[in-house]
Design a protein around this ligand. Sequence first.
Ligand code: ZN
Ligand code: CU
Length: 488
Amino acid sequence: MNGQVQIGTSQKKLLKNVVMMDGTGALPKACDVLVEGDRIAKIESQLEIASYPNCEVLDCQGLTLTPGFIDVHTHDDAQVLLNPSMLAKVSQGVTTVITGNCGLSLVPLITNHPQSPLDLLHTKEFKYGRLSEYAKAIESAKPSVNVGVLIGHTTLRAVCMSDFEKAASQDEVAAMTQHLDLALQEGALGLSSGLFYQLAAAANEEEMKALSRVVGQHGGVYVTHMRSEMDSIIEAMHEAADTAQAGRVPWILSHHKCAGPKNWGRTIETLALLDRISQQQEVGLDAYPYNAGSTLLRVDLVDGVIPILITRSESHPEMAGRYLKDIAKQWHLSEQDACLKLMPGGACYFQMHEEDVRRVLQHPLTMIGSDGLPHDERPHPRLWGAFAKVLAHYCRDEKLFSLPQAIHKMTGLSAKRFGIKDRGVIQVGAYADLVLLDPHKVQDKATYDHPHQMCEGIHKVLLNGQWSFDNGKVTGHGSGKFLKRNGA
Ligand code: ZN
Ligand code: CU
C-alpha cells in the first residue's frame, strides 16, 4: 500500500482510491469513500483531500473495500463477553456476529448447571433472564464486533420445562411464548431451534408452530439446525419449512449439509426442494467452507467409517487433536466405546462430500456462517478461517463464484435475510462497518492441525466508524453494539 497512513480516532476518515464492492453483488467500482462519525457520508469517484481538513486520509491503492462481514452462524454468545477482542473473527473482516444458533442461546436462562447441549456455549454461567440485560452486558464489554441475537428454542425449554423427554404442555408452551415475545420486543432477530439435539428432540409440531407464530407477530426469522442432516433430511426440511410457514416467517436452514457417506450427493435433491419451497415462502441458508462438521461428541455419530478428530474432551483433554480411530486402537476399544470414554467433549466429523460443499456454497441463497466453536481446545479451523477460505479457495482459486458474489454472501444478503438494518452494504447513510482487503493475497491459514492461525490479506477493519483491526492486531476501540432487529 502506498501513501502516508495515519491511524487515529479522527471522526472523519477519507479512504482514497479503493476498489469498492458494495455488498449487493454489483460490479466493483473505483472510488473514494468518506466516513463521518459512525456512518458513510460520501461515495464519489474522487474526493479532494483539501476539502476535508482534520480528516484522517488513507491511500488505499490496490485494496478492495467491502462491507464488514456478517457471521450469521456463531456460538459466540459467551465469547463476546469473556473475550471481547474477538480476534478469530475480526482478523477475517467480521464486524457482526449472530449468536443463539442451533437452539442454544445464553438468554433467557439463569443457571449454573447448563445441561448438554447448552454446554456447547462453554460457560457455566447463564445469568441473563432478559435480552435487555444481555444487551447491556454487551455494551459494557465493548466487543470488537456487533452482536445480533437469536433466542434458542432449547434454551426456552430449559427455562420453562422439567421433563425434556416430552413435548411441551399447553402451560409450558404459553410460558415459552411469553419469554420469546419479550425477547423479540427487546430486539431479538428471531428464534433458532436444534431439534437434532437432546433437550429439544421431543418437541412436536404444535410446540414449534406456536413459537413460530410469536416470531411472525414481530417480523423475525426462524433458523434451524434440523432434526436430521442424514437419511431423514427431506422430512426434516419439510418439518422446518412448515413450522416457519405457520408463523409466516422466513426459514433459514443452518449449516446445510448431507451428512454421512450414504447421503453424499443428495444436495442435488435438497437444493431442488429448497428452490421449490422458496417459491412459496421466504427461505435462506448458511454454510461453512469445509467438508467436516463439528459438534459435541456423540456416539450416534460414530459410524466406524468417517474420520473423527477430537477437539476437546473433559475426561481426557490430552486427546484433543487426535483421531478417534487412533485413540480407540491405543485403548483397545471400539470407536464407540472410546467415544463414550472421551465424553463429554467435542469433535470434527468428516461427514460431507466436497461436491456437496461446493454445490451448497454456490447456491444463490447461501450465506456464509462460520459455526466456529470458540472454546474448543483444538477448534475446527472454520473458527479462524471460514471467511478467508471462501474468498481465497472457493472464490479466487476455484472460481466457484465472482468476488462481488462472494462478498454479497457475507454481507448484503445476510443483513437483509436477518433484518440487520443499514449494514451489509456500502451506501451513503449506512453504518461504517468496512473491510480493506487484498483479494490476491487473502488466505486462510487455520488447519485441522494448526487451527489457531490468523488469516492473511485482511488489512484493516472499520467498525461503527472506528478501526477495530489494523495490521494484524485488534485495536482495542471495542465499538461493537447490540443490534436490534430491523434497527428498532
Ligand atoms: Zn448446528
Ligand atoms: Cu451451530
